[in-house]
Design a protein around this ligand. Structure first.
Ligand code: TRP
Length: 335
């Protein structure tokens, strides 16, 4: 039996080349080696207000982007979280076995709570602070399917650690129930930084005009954004002294072209930044144009997309329901 893999993205913001190179491309690479479930985690999205019509459209857009990237729905299940009620059900049961202290020590909580003006109302603040990325719901997503591997970026490593802790705690309280997922992340994708600020990871929610190249940006917009990318005060490319902005451009080029380091060095050493940017822009456009063509074909047939999502939910539901059934019996709940 193949090890099960689970991963997901929120259907919010605009998916960009960082999401593609850091996650989607990696999913496509491993999709036939494991039994994969790729989820659109809409229940996570509504932890902050979403315009209903926009959310509904974003769910389809995200599914179409998974497909355009090359996820094969014959082999993998592509599914929407809210189509499988067991996610919310298991999240409640896991919430009950998760000590608040485990959540409070998470970096994300600490960063957010440090920004709050008053202290001492941690208990009341806690749901608000954790809302945007509710980690126990994420644990439920993963444990529901007994996933062994969860390919996520480094920024989610602590969430995965919490998932392991929650699984172990449940197993020790109620008997062996959950597979404890591996922490070794098989993600080898590039870590793409913001084009306007190469010290920050490229983000879906950043507001800067020149921050990201979205997967659905028109070629001219892609060129403009890359030509405006922040570099440094060197006159030309020097691999030894290049600042983070130039290294980011080089790594985007390399992630798309797949060229080895020595070819990259010969190609770019001594090149002026304007020319470097032109080459990066053309490389990105050359990859995104066929990608966008596939996206248009997929979205031109909404019935087909709907059938893929329905099929995904139908395939994973028996696994999810069986886990919830076991959890209820173990806990003494009514089944
Ligand atoms: N929390 C993840 C993020 O914000 C999304 C996510 C939700 C997820 N559930 C998951 C990722 C389960 C992997 C597995 O990016």
């Amino acid at each position: 039996m193949r090890t099960r893999v689970f991963s997901g993205m929120q259907p919010t913001g605009n998916l960009h080349i960082g999401n593609y190179l850091g996650a989607l491309k990696n999913w496509v690479r491993i999709q036939h080696d494991y039994e994969c479930i790729f989820c659109i985690v809409d229940l996570h999205a509504v932890t902050v207000y979403q315009n209903p019509a926009e959310l509904r459209a974003k769910i389809n857009e995200t599914a179409a982007l998974y497909l355009a990237a090359g996820i094969d729905p014959k082999d993998c299940a592509i599914m929407v979280q809210s189509a499988v009620p067991a996610h919310a059900e298991l999240a409640w049961m896991l919430t009950c076995v998760t000590p608040i202290g485990w959540l409070e020590r998470m970096t994300q909580y600490k960063v957010k709570s440090a920004k709050q003006e008053s202290v001492g109302d941690g208990l009341l603040q806690y749901p608000v602070l954790m809302a945007a990325e509710y980690p126990v719901l994420m644990a439920a997503d993963i444990l529901l399917y007994q996933a062994g591997i969860v390919p996520v970026g480094e920024d989610q490593a602590q969430h995965l650690e919490l998932t392991r802790d929650v699984a172990q705690r449940f197993n020790s309280l109620y008997g062996d129930t959950f597979v404890v997922p591996d922490t070794s992340l098989p993600t080898v994708g590039a870590r793409v930084m913001g084009l306007d600020d190469p010290t920050q990871k490229m983000s879906k929610s950043a507001t800067g005009m020149n921050h990201a190249v979205a997967l659905l940006d028109a070629p001219d917009k892609i060129r403009k954004t890359i030509m405006r990318a922040t570099t440094d005060s060197n006159p030309e490319v020097d691999f030894d002294t290049a600042g983070p902005g130039v290294l980011n451009l080089l790594s985007i080029y390399q992630a798309f072209s797949g060229e080895p380091d020595d070819t990259m060095k010969t190609r770019f050493t001594g090149m002026r930044y304007g020319d470097l940017k032109k080459q990066v822009a053309e490389m990105v456009v050359a990859h995104l144009e066929p990608f966008q063509q596939r996206y248009r074909e997929i979205t031109a047939d909404p019935a087909c997309l709907a059938a893929i999502l329905r099929d995904g939910a139908e395939r994973v539901s028996p696994i999810a329901n069986s886990t919830v059934g076991t959890v209820k019996r173990r806990m003494g709940l009514y089944t």
